[in-house]
Design a protein around this ligand. Structure first.
Ligand code: TXA
Ligand code: MG
Length: 325
């Protein structure tokens, strides 16, 4: 049974304890209800993706109680400081370079070197985040392809089974998601939302808007800067050769040398949690060992396997097509 918690001291304490123990908890913000989980725990983040039923890993927003907490995970520049000062707490998400020492799981930002951070407006939401004392990853609390929820009932209709609890803070006042602004280069609008372009431009000057139809600069999952290993990647490997590192799923292939196992038991949630770390480890160590390619064992196309395969396909897109045989 999903616990429906009141937005009072006891309810917030209970929700924080659940989040700290790795459970998924939905909570209200000024924009929409979020599907929250500990952003530093890759297994929890994988469970968020599984609950949403998304066919691919979209990077998630990390939520913080205040600006200082947010800026411990990203490197703020001048426009970020100015916008935080003027518009936080509020429905504005800033994409910034992630700090090397950040404990946020790689899966949270879908393997990107950047991180989206936001400080939500309601004092109860911030009280919850303060009590959790960790960044909380929270996409909108709807199943993939459904509209974002603005009431507890919407959340229960969509995610009833998947969450441990929901904090009832009433109807969301803004009702559309936060505005997402990329500040890693020239400021660019990635998603229009609760804070207007005018509000932002009055603080930092002109903002780039790439696509007049959607307002979005680009689909973040498609970014060229998106992490892909420098070693070529070969998918659906049934055998492995001496010059290859192996990204295994289940029992590793016979004769494998350097191996990173996504999940020995064939568990897709575990595999998702370990995917980006695995690609990075094999890329770095593969170079050290003078290997020429990463071979990837098949991952079933069901549940989180859809998103895992989507990301693997992108990682395998040829960049120069180094041959090996
Ligand atoms: O209002 C909101 O932002 C709600 C509430 C719960 O806070 N959350 C929300 O999360 O809408 P979600 O996951 O549904 O949307 C996150 C958006 C997506 O458009 C995603 O692509 C973008 O933020 N995003 C997240 N991290 C990013 C990154 N590192 N680079 C570029 N875009 C990013
Ligand atoms: Mg959403």
């Amino acid at each position: 049974m999903v616990e429906i918690l009141p937005a009072d001291e006891a309810g917030i304490a209970r929700a924080a304890a659940l989040l700290r123990s790795g459970k998924l908890v939905s909570f209200g913000t000024e924009t929409v209800y979020g599907l929250g989980g500990d952003a530093t725990d890759a297994h929890v983040v994988a469970a968020i993706f599984a609950a949403k039923g998304r066919p691919r890993f979209n990077p998630l927003i990390c939520h913080y109680a205040d600006t200082d907490a947010a800026f411990t995970d990203v490197v703020p520049n001048m426009p970020a400081r100015q916008l935080a000062e003027a518009l936080w707490p509020g429905p504005l998400t800033l994409v910034l370079p992630r700090r090397a020492e950040s404990h946020v799981a790689l899966l949270t930002a879908a393997g990107l070197d950047t991180l989206a951070v936001r400080v939500p407006a309601p004092s109860v939401t911030r009280a919850l985040l303060r009590a959790v004392r960790r960044p909380v990853a929270a996409p909108s609390a709807n199943r993939s392809g459904r509209v974002s929820p603005t009431t507890v009932q919407h959340v229960l209709d969509d995610l009833g089974e998947a969450i441990a609890a929901v904090v009832d803070s009433g109807v969301c006042t803004v009702g559309v998601e936060s505005t997402v602004l990329d500040l890693t280069g020239e400021p660019a609008l990635l998603r229009p939302g609760g804070v207007t372009l005018g509000d932002i431009e009055s603080v930092i000057g002109q903002v780039r808007v790439n696509n007049e139809n959607t307002g979005a600069a680009r689909a973040p999952g498609m970014l060229r800067s998106h992490y892909a290993p420098s070693l070529p990647v070969r998918l659906d490997a049934r055998t492995v050769s001496a010059g290859e590192a192996l990204l295994a799923f289940g029992t590793p292939l016979e004769g494998a040398g350097l191996t990173y196992n996504l999940s020995i038991s064939g568990d897709l949630v575990e595999a998702a949690a370990r995917l980006f770390a695995g690609l990075r480890v094999l890329d770095a160590e593969g170079h050290t060992h003078g290997l020429a390619r990463i071979a990837v064992m098949p991952v079933p196309l069901k549940g989180l396997g859809l998103a895992i395969n989507d990301r693997l396909r992108r990682a395998a897109t040829p960049r120069g097509d180094a041959e090996l045989d």
